[in-house]
Design a protein around this ligand. Structure first.
Ligand SMILES: Nc1nc2c(c(=O)[nH]1)N[C@H]1C(S)=C(S)[C@@H](COP(=O)(O)O)O[C@H]1N2
Ligand SMILES: [Mo]
Length: 386
């Protein structure tokens, strides 16, 4: 088998003029994805050097919707961009003196890192949004976060290295032949402009196919956004009571919510006790890290009122633990500013009805601007440390 050389690739479509134009959109998608990813990561840290805000209540819904959607938008763009530059992979470089060797190694190495990390991010993100977790050897969030930095670093380096060419081709007509391979010839009927438009159209389709999981109006066209609107009271179910192994414990008539302070139980509240406390209603979204979100009308007791009923002030972080006995999402930390917020509820009702067991009966956490993964269901205890 013969290794191909760039001149074996004829199509004029494979040109820096195309790569740069698709690259502008791809860069924007990666930029949005990176920044919103930082927000999501920070929101999920157990402690916050700078408190994560509780307002606006829809903030995380917006940033995480953008995160998943911009990642989806990037997939077709990356494929077209890789296709357009792929012949360069086979370029033989005249290495010459040592300094040139170093430069070439750096350029190629940074592109290898960029391509590998970008593909890793899009594939793991896509699988996560599809709720398919084939990985058992690494945990998603820290890995996706770390590789996110690698990707953005390699991207900034790549743009800096290519800036002269990028500027040159973007200021010229897309059909100008500067920077083209000499072998590039017109083939077929698709024009460069047509290819760029096709890439953008494919990207728009990817957006529409995903965005319906957060934007109710798009639900019908969102073939990938299957989750929104499903589930009891129109709110999707992430993990069912059966999957969490709480079918018995959640409906146990002897259920009490345990309130602890430094490991000591200070109160045990029955469901009736919780119903006797002042009730609040709040419209708040569940915004899953996987990108889907849905607003519910939640009824229940303010967390600060629950703590007050046990004689505790809502001025510390609260550790919330579920009846669920194992699994990564069985507990969460409710930061002090969230515990103190008037809209943060220990929800008992959704849409005026007692919570469905799959939504967290007998009670669950619902707080504004909080990642769905931290909205702990089937709450067994809340603990304050002093
Ligand atoms: N105990 C427990 N609470 C949980 C989870 C879980 O697996 N176990 N999943 C979380 C995630 S990832 C999300 S998005 C929300 C979804 O809530 P819902 O199923 O009521 O829509 O619940 C959260 N609370
Ligand atoms: Mo989630």
């Amino acid at each position: 088998m013969r290794i191909p050389a760039p001149e074996h690739f004829g199509s004029r479509l494979r040109s820096p003029a195309v790569a740069a134009r698709v690259g502008v959109w791809l860069g924007a998608a990666f930029g949005i994805c990176f920044l919103t990813g930082l927000v999501s990561h920070y929101a999920q840290l157990p402690t916050h050097p700078i408190p994560f805000p509780t307002a606006p209540s829809w903030g995380y819904r917006l940033t995480q919707g953008l995160h998943v959607t911009s990642g989806m938008a990037a997939i077709p763009l990356l494929l077209v961009k890789l296709w357009s530059v792929y012949p360069r992979l086979f370029e033989r470089v005249d290495l010459g003196a040592g300094r040139r060797l170093l430069l070439v190694a750096l350029e190629r190495g940074s592109i290898a890192v960029l391509v590998a990390s970008a593909i890793f991010q899009l594939v793991t993100g896509l699988l996560n949004a599809a709720q398919w977790y084939p990985w058992t050897t690494f945990s998603f969030r820290p890995t996706h976060y770390a590789i996110g930095w690698v990707t953005i670093g390699a991207l900034v380096l790549h743009i800096a290295v290519k800036l002269p060419i990028i500027r040159d081709v973007l200021t010229r007509n897309i059909d100008a032949t500067v920077h083209d391979r000499p072998s590039a010839v017109e083939q077929g009927t698709l024009s460069r402009r047509g290819l760029v438009r096709t890439a953008l159209a494919a990207s728009a389709v990817a957006v529409l196919a995903t965005a319906g999981s957060t934007v109710p109006l798009l639900r019908k066209v969102s073939v990938l956004g299957v989750r929104s609107g499903d589930g009891p009271a129109g709110v999707p179910i992430n993990k069912s009571a059966a999957a969490a192994g709480v079918e018995q414990t959640a409906i146990d008539p002897a259920y009490t919510l345990r309130i602890l302070q430094d490991g000591q139980e200070v109160a045990a509240l029955t469901l009736d006790d919780l119903r006797t406390l002042p009730q609040q209603t709040e419209d708040l979204p569940i915004a899953c890290v996987e990108g889907w979100s849905a607003t519910g009308t939640w009824g229940g007791v303010r967390v600060k009122d629950v703590l007050a009923a046990a004689g505790l002030a809502a001025d510390r972080d609260v550790a919330v633990v579920s009846l669920q006995e194992s699994g990564a999402f069985r507990s969460s930390i409710l930061p002090a500013n969230f515990a103190a917020d008037d809209r943060t509820l220990l929800a008992l009702d959704l849409s005026g009805e007692p919570l469905d067991i799959d939504h967290g009966y007998p009670c669950r956490v619902i707080a504004p601007n909080r990642p769905g993964v931290l909205q702990t269901k089937w709450v067994a205890s809340m603990e304050v440390s002093t």
